[in-house]
Design a protein around this ligand. Structure first.
Ligand code: FDA
Length: 318
C-alpha cells in the first residue's frame, strides 16, 4: 500500500469513529477548518454559495457555474431520519425554484434509508425525484461503498426507466464500474465520473493511485466518445489536471462533444481552476454541501490530500 492510500485510509477510519466525531466537532479550530469545504449549517448558506457561482463574472462577461446542492448526512438508521431527509430535499428543490438557481441536488441513498430497506428507499427517492421533475431539476445519486453499488444502480435504472431526470456517479476505483459503464452507456444515462472517496478491499477496487487514474482515463474516454453506447451527459468530477487536460484534448480533436461534457469540482477545492474552465467555455459545476452533520464529509476531504492536515493544523493558530 502506498503512502497516499494509507493516509486516506486513516481518515476514512476516523470519519466512522463516533468517539473522534464527538471530540473533533467540538473543537473551534476544526469548525473553522470545515468552513472551507461546507457552505454552512443552513439551506440559506447553500443557496447563497450557489447564487454566487451562478453569477460568476470575469472581465465584464458572465460565466455561470452550476451548483449541486448536497444536504450532508449518510447511513441513517431510522425511518424517521430518512423521512426527514426526504422533506429536507423537497425543501431544497423548492428553494432552488424559488431563487431561480441553476442547481441540481445530490443525494446519498443511505441517507434515504437504503440500509433500512430497498423498497423503503425506492419510495423515498421516488418522492424526491417526482418533486424534482415538477421543477425541472436533475437529481444526482452519489456513489457510496461498493456494498451499496448494485442496489444503487438498480434504483437508478428504475428512475431512468420512469423518465425521471437523474444522474448517477461512477467510481473509477471500483472494478465493477467498467461493466456498469457499458450498461449506462447503452441506456443513454447521465453519468458523473469520480475516482473514489471510500476505502474498499482489493477484491472490488483498485488500490493504488496509478491504477485508479488509468481506470479514470479509460472510463472517461469510452464514455465521452460513445465507445460504450451514448451517455447523454458526462460529468468529469475531478480536480486532477491530467484528467481535465485529457478530456479537453478529446473535445478539441472532435472525439467528444463539449455540449455533453461538464467539469465539476467540490466546494473549497481548486476554485480558481473551475472558474478558469468556465471562462474557457466549458460547462462547469460545483458540489455545494451544507448542513450540521458535516463530520464524515470533512474527514474524507482532509484525507484526500496530506497538505490538508497542515491546513487544519493552521486553523488552530488563527
Ligand atoms: P486526486 O485525488 O488524484 O487529486 C488530484 C489533485 O486535486 C490533487 O493533487 C490536489 O491538487 C487536488 N485535490 C484533490 N482532492 C483534494 C482535496 N480534498 N483538497 C485539496 N486538493 C485536492 N467520491 C465518491 O466516492 N462518491 C461520490 O459520490 C463523489 N462525488 C464527488 C463529486 C464531485 C463533484 C467531485 C469533484 C468528487 C466527488 N467524489 C466522490 C470524490 C472523489 O472520488 C475523490 O475522492 C476526490 O475528488 C479526489 O480525487 P480527484 O479526482 O480530485 O483526484
Amino acid at each position: 500500500m502506498d503512502f497516499h492510500s494509507a493516509y486516506k485510509g486513516a481518515f476514512i477510519r476516523l470519519s466512522k469513529s463516533e468517539a473522534a466525531k464527538g471530540m473533533l466537532m467540538g473543537l473551534p479550530a476544526v469548525r473553522r477548518a470545515k468552513e472551507r469545504f461546507i457552505a454552512g449549517d443552513t439551506l440559506g448558506d447553500g443557496v447563497r454559495v450557489v447564487a454566487d457561482l451562478n453569477n460568476y463574472m470575469r472581465d465584464g462577461n458572465a460565466y455561470p457555474i452550476s451548483g449541486v446542492l448536497d444536504f450532508v448526512g449518510e447511513s441513517v438508521t431510522s425511518r424517521e431520519e430518512a423521512a426527514s431527509a426526504v422533506q429536507t430535499y423537497c425543501g431544497i428543490l423548492s428553494a432552488i425554484k424559488a431563487n431561480s438557481l441553476d442547481s441540481r441536488i445530490a443525494v446519498k441513498l443511505s441517507q434515504l434509508g437504503l440500509d433500512i430497506g430497498l423498497d423503503f428507499c425506492r419510495e423515498n427517492i421516488g418522492i424526491v425525484a417526482d418533486h424534482a421533475q415538477r421543477y425541472g431539476i436533475c437529481v444526482e445519486i452519489d456513489a457510496e461503498e461498493d456494498a451499496k453499488a448494485r442496489r444503487t444502480l438498480d434504483i437508478y435504472k428504475d428512475l431512468h426507466r420512469k423518465g425521471r431526470d437523474v444522474a448517477i456517479y461512477l467510481q473509477s476505483a471500483r472494478k465493477g464500474s467498467i461493466d456498469d459503464a457499458k450498461e449506462l452507456g447503452e441506456m443513454g444515462a447521465k453519468v458523473r465520473l469520480v475516482k473514489i472517496a471510500y476505502r474498499e478491499s482489493p477484491d472490488v477496487a483498485w488500490q493504488c493511485k496509478t491504477d485508479i487514474d488509468d481506470s479514470y482515463r479509460f472510463l472517461m474516454a469510452t464514455l465521452s466518445t460513445g465507445t460504450v453506447g451514448n451517455v447523454s451527459k458526462l460529468i468529469v468530477a475531478t480536480h486532477d489536471d491530467i484528467m481535465i487536460k485529457e478530456m479537453q484534448r478529446l473535445i478539441s480533436y472532435g472525439l467528444a462533444d463539449n455540449e455533453k461534457i461538464e467539469f465539476d469540482m467540490l466546494l473549497g477545492i481548486r476554485s480558481d481552476r473551475i472558474r478558469e474552465l468556465a471562462g474557457e467555455g466549458h460547462h462547469t459545476g460545483v458540489y455545494v454541501p451544507y448542513g450540521k452533520d458535516w463530520y464524515p464529509y470533512f474527514c474524507r476531504r482532509v484525507g484526500e490530500r496530506p497538505e490538508n492536515l497542515v491546513f487544519v493544523a493552521r486553523s488552530f493558530f488563527s
